[in-house]
Design a protein around this ligand. Sequence first.
Ligand SMILES: Cc1ncc(COP(=O)(O)O)c(C=O)c1O
Length: 416
Amino acid sequence: MNSTLFDYAPLLAEGVPAPAVKWAGFPKYNFTGGNNDADQVPVEGLVAAADAVLRREGRTLATYGLASGPQGYRPLREFLARKLERDAGIRCTFDDIVLVSGSLQALDLVNGALLARGDTVIIERDTYQGALTRLARLGVNAVGIPLDEGGMRTDALAAALADLKSRNIRPKYIYTIPTVQNPTGTILNETRRAELLRLARHYGVPVFEDDCYADLVWNGSRPPALYAMSEHGGVIHIGSFSKSIAPALRVGFIVAGWDILSRILALKIDAGSGALEQMVLAEYCHAHFTEHVPKLRRGLRIKLETLMEALNEQFGTAAEFSDPPGGIFLWVKLPDSVDTLKLYQVALAAGVAINPGGEWSTDLAHGKSRMRLCFASPSQAQIREGISLLAEICRKQFGVPARTANIDYRPLAQNI
Ligand SMILES: Cc1ncc(COP(=O)(O)O)c(C=O)c1O
């Protein structure tokens, strides 16, 4: 049957997004997305875990929700409760956790419980594109708070909250990625965490803490979660196995008090997230998580160093960035004359994919000459070759970097 014969256009629901673009395979040099390192997926461990858990409990697949109910596979929630206390200082039980289909579903569910068209939320100025696009689609006004090396600036947050209050606007939440922020890689220190919580309480605004990169701090030590530090509740914490194990598994989680968790759970009407993934993860993580993650981090750190070296060599001072304390991204500032949206288009045609900064910021002008590079999935050779090609394209399009790989392209007369 040829579906192009039927005209769906007049029937489409109002506000339906633009059509999706057909996937055409990965570009040769892919610095986009939150992908992980293929060589670091613990394949053998996952195979053994799948075999063991299916033989032992496979019959429970006969019922929706296994034998664990709508909040998700209980052994995985028990693992998480232990892990969150050990690593993030969060004291909770398996009962305070709902497993979801990636933390993207957590974003949808929390938004579903709290947001309506015309609402206002507070968000870091440079932030996760998946959060921004959701807010735009919902017709929610996102107030961006600038960041510095220490994460969200709480002085700017205080000013924004006061300004909104003066206009009788109570934001629905403060969304933050405090531990290895996407895209800036910053970590909000404990003093600022306390100040953020104080402000949130003072203005009666809940905090929406997205902690999906928290396992990827190079030195393995992170400040306590906002959820753990809050003495008055009012924090919804979400996390994911995408960055620590593998994103294609689509397993994330929400931690919150039952007052709000019960409202969120009532919106999860998909009869449960993929059970097999939850079972395999629980089996694998119980025995191997604590040895797997430091190995993953070491590999990522090596790739980051390769990327920073390649940028220094190929772009010189034209590429500004800070060495991030963890994660999978580098947030790079190019000279003001570079429009990374244009660079993205030309580079993609040449096989190099980057994330243009404008898509990762509430402030288009601020993001315009910035780009986000994911260093986790390309190999070290691809990182070197891809950055060399990107510099060449950038020089041809924008005249920067004037110097690429020790070859000066300015006319000799200017060469002083
Ligand atoms: C800050 C942040 N939150 C949420 C997600 C969604 O992750 P997942 O749905 O794979 O758990 C990502 C993915 O890159 C992210 O960067």
